[in-house]
Design a binder for this molecule. Structure first.
Ligand SMILES: Cc1cc2nc3c(=O)[nH]c(=O)nc-3n(C[C@H](O)[C@H](O)[C@H](O)COP(=O)(O)O)c2cc1C
Length: 195
């Protein structure tokens, strides 16, 4: 990690988690090999899921391939400015309803865990990840065979950390100003308990 990594205040948790952030500075010279990309998807595939339903679906697009051109073309707004330098994009979709019409109540949680697994595996491989909800869902539906009951959820940019100096001032500041609500705000009190 470069010494420009933001302070997280999360020093007590594992460095794979505390040193992670959603960078917009990817190294344009990095090439993600197929084996490493495969391990990222393996990490996602081995996530836990409710009743082992495994509702996640993936599409990998390595930079420089026709698949990448298609998936990159679905990105929206500012995402198109920085995600071009990422070595790969991974579309993550989620099966919310089975072909038999059964709703999978925890499907989004399961898909989120799969992304978390991919993210931590990437960190362990010296790579960085930035998830994007900003993409055209309909364009993805047009480009991919997305079955009924399956919803495109997120596009994940993967690559190697680049030089933060290549970012514009606003983006650079945003990277360095990571923050979280304090745990005290996140804990649900028992009904009637004194605060
Ligand atoms: C589901 C999801 C969708 C996101 N969509 C976008 C996006 O479209 N564009 C973007 O720049 N960042 C996006 N992010 C990144 C978040 O803004 C980022 O994770 C959050 O600000 C916390 O920062 P950190 O990941 O650096 O800790 C997304 C993150 C998640 C988990």
């Amino acid at each position: 990690m470069p010494d420009t990594a933001p302070t997280t205040g999360a020093q007590d948790v594992h460095p794979l988690l505390s040193e992670r952030w959603s960078t917009r500075a990817f190294d344009p010279g990095h090439v993600l090999d197929g084996e490493t990309a495969g391990r990222l998807l393996e990490a996602a595939r081995w996530s836990p899921s409710a009743s082992n339903t495994q509702p996640w679906r993936f599409a990998l697009a390595l930079r420089g391939t026709p698949e990448h051109e298609v998936l990159f073309g679905t990105l929206m707004g500012f995402n198109t400015a920085w995600a071009a330098n990422a070595s790969a994009l991974v579309l993550v979709a989620v099966e919310r309803t089975t072909p038999e019409g059964k709703g999978l109540r925890w499907a989004d949680l399961d898909a989120g865990q799969a992304v978390a697994h991919l993210t931590v595996q990437a960190a362990a491989e010296g790579l960085v990840v930035h998830a994007m909800g900003g993409f055209e869902v309909d364009a993805v539906r047009e480009a991919y065979e997305v079955p009924e009951g399956v919803e495109p959820l997120v596009v994940v940019a993967v690559g190697r950390q680049g030089d933060l100096a290549t970012l514009d001032e606003t983006s650079r500041r945003r990277e360095l100003e990571r923050s979280r609500r304090p745990l005290s705000e996140l804990v649900l009190p028992l009904r009637g308990a004194a605060r």
